[in-house]
Write a protein that binds this ligand. Structure first.
Ligand SMILES: Nc1ncnc2c1ncn2[C@@H]1O[C@H](COP(=O)(O)OP(=O)(O)OP(=O)(O)O)[C@@H](O)[C@H]1O
Ligand SMILES: [Mg+2]
Length: 230
């Protein structure tokens, strides 16, 4: 794929506001942005600036109020509900701030579940999950439930779950928010390895300038707009 000519995501003048009973809360207005294959992009901005809202819209968990959004060369407004679900299941890996693993399932099962939802046979799903956990150096924690994993290990399982569908891009909402410096660097290096070894793109919302500096590009949400810092 020629990186110069292909774009995974394109936002044209997109805006978002929350409508409450009392007011219209404008979050961002007329954003324009393109994300290319294999890029690692930091999304910075003060608390409440709209990082999670933007990731949710990009990841099809929510939708922009206005503007045009092209995802994997498809016009969002022309997609049917089932096409949206398919993109979510096949092309997007979401990593949440507090990992949101299923507490009653083991590390291995947490990674198998998305494949089962996609109707992949159990043995195949298990084989893939074992490969992913080995890749993440967690093969000694297969049967641990989230409560028996450390914060860094839980977040690595969450990365494994996001990787299980071999997505085109990874959206990570403060994946290192609760971790110490050592684990923050470990998680960052894993995401970096994944993006550099594959064509996956990775957008990471973070408050951590140190890891933002290590990424290919840095975007800052400020005053309801996006500034491209790098
Ligand atoms: N359902 C809602 N109704 C009204 N306002 C909301 C709603 N959800 C979020 N907001 C507001 O939208 C703004 C952006 O929230 P968002 O969670 O996207 O910020 P953020 O940059 O991710 O912040 P943080 O760094 O704290 O995670 C905040 O001011 C928040 O209060
Ligand atoms: Mg947030």
């Amino acid at each position: 794929m020629n990186k110069k000519f292909s774009k995974y995501l394109e936002l044209f003048d997109v805006s978002y506001h929350y409508q409450t009973k009392l007011e219209n809360v404008e979050i961002f207005k007329n954003l324009n942005l393109s994300i290319y294959p294999g890029e690692m992009v930091a999304l910075l901005g003060p608390s409440g600036s709209g990082k999670s809202t933007l990731l949710n819209c990009i990841g099809l968990l929510d939708k922009f109020v206005s503007g045009d959004y092209r995802i994997l060369n498809k016009e969002y407004s022309l997609l049917s509900e089932s096409e949206i679900t398919n993109i979510r299941l096949n092309d997007i890996g979401f990593i949440f701030q507090n990992h949101r693993l299923f507490p009653e399932f083991s590390a291995l099962e947490n990674i198998i579940i998305p494949s089962l939802i996609k109707k992949i046979p159990f043995d195949q799903a298990k084989k893939k999950a074992l490969q992913i956990l080995t890749y993440l150096n967690l093969d000694h924690r297969l049967n641990h439930r989230p409560a028996k994993l450390s914060g860094g290990e839980s977040q690595r399982v969450a990365i494994g779950r996001a990787l299980s569908n071999n997505p085109k891009f990874i959206l990570a909402d403060e994946p290192t928010g609760n971790l110490d410096k050592e684990n923050t660097l470990l998680i960052f290096n894993i995401l970096k390895k994944i993006t550099s070894e594959t064509e996956k793109s990775c957008i990471i919302a973070t408050h951590n300038n140190f890891i933002a500096e290590k990424m290919d590009r840095i975007l800052l949400i400020e005053n309801r707009n996006i500034k491209i810092l790098k």
